[in-house]
Design a protein around this ligand. Sequence first.
Ligand code: PLP
Length: 393
Amino acid sequence: MNINSNFLNLYESYLFDTVSRRVKAFREKNPERDVISLSIGDVTQPLVPAVVRAMEKAVKEMGEKSTFRGYGPEATCYAYPELLRAIQRHYSLRGVSLKEGEIFVSDGAKSDLGNLSDLFSKENVVLFPDPVYPAYADVNIMAGRRILYADALPENNFLPMPDGRRADIVYLCSPNNPTGAAYDRAQLRKWVDYAKEVNAVIFYDAAYEGFLGEKFPHTIYEIEGAKECAIEICSFSKFAGFTGVRCGYTIVPLELKSGNVFLNALFRRRQTTRFNGVSYVTQMGAAAAYSEEGEAECRENLLVYRENAKRIAETLDELKIPYTGGKNAPYLWLKSPLKGSSWDFFDFLLERAAVVGTPGSGFGKCGEGYLRLTAFGSPERTEEACQRLKLVL
Ligand code: PLP
C-alpha cells in the first residue's frame, strides 16, 4: 500500500487547528482568564426568522408520509427547484442570468474548493494571492501541483494583479480572507482578460460577497466574458449564518471549456459519482435566505458585524496601528506593532489581553508580521476585546 505522499508536504495541521490547540493549552494553564476569540471566521448571530420558519416547515414535511422526500432530484445534481430559483434571483439582482444547469448546490464552499481539484490534472500550475484562505494551498499541495504566489502587499493595496507569469488555474477571493481587500471592476476585468489570454480558469471565491459595498462587483459574472473563463464558488455560511447548517453552491457556466471539453459536464459527472446532495431542510433554509424577506433579515445581521469591524478599526486608529480591511469584509488585517513574528504577536495578545487573533503567517509568507482579527464576534465581546487591546498596546 502506498499513500499519497503529497500529504507529507503539508504543514502538520490546518492553521485553525493549531490556533485552537494553543488556546486550549492557555485555558488549561490559566483557568481564571476570560479568553475572547477574534480568530476563526465563525458567525455568532442566529439564523434569521425567515430561514427558521422555512426549515421548520421543511422538517414537518419530512415527517408526513405525503410530503416526505428521499434523495434530491438527480437531474439537477440533487438541488431543489426552490433553491435554484432563489440563487437565480440573487444573481439577477446583479444583472447576471444563470441557467439551472449551471448551479451546483453543495454543503459549503470549502468542500467544492477541494472537489473542483478532481477535474484538473496534476500538471496544471496554480496561482493565488499570498496571503489567502489556507485551503487553496493545501488542496493543491495534496494534488502535487506547482504553486505560484502573487504577493499581496501594502504597495499593491493587497490586491495582486497579473504580472506576466503563466498559470493554468487562478484562485481569486474578493473580498479577500484574510486582508479584506476587494477587487474593483477594472481589476477583475484585467484578471478575466488574463485568463482568456493564457487559457486559464479562474476559481472565484465569493464567500464574503455579502459584505461588499455597491461599487464592487459581487460576482465575477458582472464582468463581460467571465462565463468563458471562470467558476464561482459561494456560500451561505457568512451571509446567512450557515457555518453550522452547511450550504453553498458552485457555478460552472455551460460555455466554459478546456480544449473541447465542457467543464460543466465534467463537474456534473464528478458530483453524481461522489456526492449525494444537501438535505432538503437545509436547501429550504438556504432558499429562504435568498428570498426578498430573508435577504433583508440577513443584511440586518451583517450590519452587526459591520459595526464590530468599525469598532475594531477605531481602536486600531487610536492605537496608530496600520491595518487594512474591515470596510467591505468582516476581517481586519493589522501589522504587528511589536518586533517579531505573527506567532509572537499572537502569544503577546493571548498572554497579556486573553484576546485571540489569527497569525498572518498562517495565510502565506507575505502574512508574516501581520495578524487577522474578525468582526464576527458579539458586539459586547468585541467591545471588551477593544478595551483590552487599548490597555496592552
Ligand atoms: N472561502 C473562504 C475565503 C473562506 O474564508 C471560507 C471560510 O472561512 C470558506 C470559503 C469556507 O466556507 P464554507 O463554510 O461554505 O465551507
